[in-house]
Ligand binder design. Sequence first.
Ligand code: FE2
Length: 376
Amino acid sequence: MEANQAMVNSPISQTDFLPLQGTDYVEFYVGNAKQAAHFYKTAFGFQSLAYAGPETGIKDKVSYAVRQHKLTFVFTTALRTDNEIAQHVYQHGDGIKFLALKVNDAEDAWKQTTQRGGKSHTEPTILEDADGKVVVSGIHTYGDTVHLFIERKDYQGVFLPGFKKWESAYHPTDTGLLYVDHCVGNVGWNQMNKWVDFYEQVMGFRNILTFDDQDISTEYSALMSKVMSNGNGFVKFPINEPAEGKKKSQVEEYLDFYNGEGCQHVALATNNIVQTVTELQSRGIEFLKVPGSYYDELLDRVGTIDEDLAPLRHLGILVDRDEEGYLLQIFTKPVEDRPTLFFEIIQRKGATSFGKGNFKALFEAIEREQDQRGNL
Ligand code: FE2
C-alpha cells in the first residue's frame, strides 16, 4: 500500500552547506497592506510588530509586520504604479514574494547557493540602524518567489533596520498559531523535478517523501508532489505539479489564476488544533469541509487518538497516521479573491508526514469548490 511513498532515511554524508535555523518571516505583496495586516490580526490573532513606509524614510512602499509566537508575516504594498511590487500584484494578485530563512551567515548562504547555480536576487547587504545590523541576501526560486537569507544575530531591534515599532491599541487574542511547519510551491507541467533538483543541488535539501498521481488522484483531477527538507528538518518545501485527469487539476487552476508558479499554501503549527480552529472559525475563517461519512470510518483507519471525535467532526478537522504517530490538519479556503493561496493548520502528534490518508477526501472537497467557481 505504501509502495508509492518513498521514505528516504539515509543520513547526510557531507556537512550541511546551508544550515538553516528555520523560517524568519513570510512577506506577501498585496493590494492593501494596511487592511491585510488588520485581517491577519483580527482573523488569525497576530499582533502588530513593525512598520516601514514614508514616515520611516521609505518612499515607494509600505510594509506592516505582524507576529504570533514564532510566526512573522509582512504585508507590503506599492505606493507607486511603476514598481515591481505593483507589477507583482497586477500579475499574481495578493501572494507570497519572500520565504525568508534564518541563517547564521547570510554571506556564506549566498555564496554556497549561487556557486551551485542559484540565481542571485540580493547580494549580501548589510542593513544597519541604532539597534545593530542585519545581513540579508537572497536567491530566486520558482516563479517570482524569492528565498531571502536573514542573519540577525547582531540585531536587537523590533524587526529589521528601516522598520519602527508599530504601536497599536488593538490587540486581538492569539489563536495558538506557533510557527511555519511547511510551505508548498505549485510549479508548472513537467517542472517538479527541475525544482526538486534545485532544492537538492543549490540548497542541499533532500527529497523525503514522494506522492505520484496514483496517490493524489480523485475521479477527476490529479497532482504529483515531492517533499523537500533541509538537513535539520526545520524547513520543508513540498513541490506540487499538476497531473492529467478527467478534469482540470487544482494545481492548474492555481497556475491559471496566479499567472504562473508560486506558493500554494503555508502550514501553520498549533499545539491545540481544536482550540485554534474553534477560534479561527468564530472569527470568520472558512475551511474546506469533508463529508460526515469521513468521520464514520476515521477511527478504523487511524486507530486510537487522544481527541474526542465530536469536536473534530464539528470543526471538520482531518486525522492521519504514519509509522511515527498521527497528525491533525485542516485547510482554509483561499484567503484572497483569486483561488490561489490558502493556509493549513496542523498539529503533529509524532507524525512527520503530510496527511496522505486525507488526500482523497480533501481533494474531492477542493474539486467541489473548483466546480462552484466554474474551473473544474
Ligand atoms: Fe501541507
